[in-house]
Design a protein around this ligand. Structure first.
Ligand SMILES: [Zn+2]
Length: 182
């Protein structure tokens, strides 16, 4: 009689132990669905043609708002080597830094990466019988240039940007003497 109970004991004990595990099963709420439809952090800049014409130069307007292209080797920054940040000439959003600028020889300022992928928007552009990828500012939708996959390491990308689409901001804390001594 006693012996039979001893045989059953370990089985009952094991069954009891397995019980809490089922209760502990985690309940994970989907965080991604909660954010659906939420506005992005940076507010979009939307202006009428008229408003853009008032704040941009004719060259900036032609390029940013009408997807124009400045002539190679004519822009302000293709051969510029200052240290700092390049912001969108339309809305002021930071787009590129001098750390990723390189001399591509193409006649337009070239960068191998953007400050942040969220700052730019890309779109297929098949105009002029070419297959290119257009680069735009994510905040104001301004046309910046195109991105090609023949850039240097580490990204292998070449953001070919119109000087008129961007505005240079010198790095803060840079010694004035240094800048003047050139
Ligand atoms: Zn912009």
């Amino acid at each position: 009689m006693d012996c039979r109970w001893l045989l059953w004991m370990p089985l009952l004990w094991a069954a009891g132990c397995s019980q809490p595990a089922r209760d502990a099963a985690p309940v994970i709420e989907s965080a991604s669905t909660a954010n659906k439809g939420a506005k992005p952090m940076s507010d979009k800049v939307e202006k009428s043609q008229e408003e853009w014409r008032n704040i941009l130069t004719p060259e900036q307007y032609r390029i940013l708002r009408e997807k124009g292209t400045e002539r190679a080797f004519t822009g302000k920054y293709w051969n510029f080597k200052g240290e700092g940040t390049y912001v969108c000439a339309g809305c002021g959003q930071e787009l590129f830094t001098s750390d990723t600028k390189f001399d591509s020889g193409c006649g337009w300022p070239s960068f191998w990466d953007a400050v942040d992928k969220s700052k730019i928007v890309t779109k297929d552009d098949n105009s002029f019988g070419m297959r290119r990828i257009e680069v735009m500012c994510s905040r104001c939708g301004g046309h910046l240039g195109h991105v090609f996959d023949d850039g240097p390491k580490p990204t292998g990308q070449r953001y070919c940007i119109n000087s008129a689409s961007i505005s240079f901001k010198e790095k803060k804390g840079k010694k004035q003497n240094e800048a003047n001594g050139k």
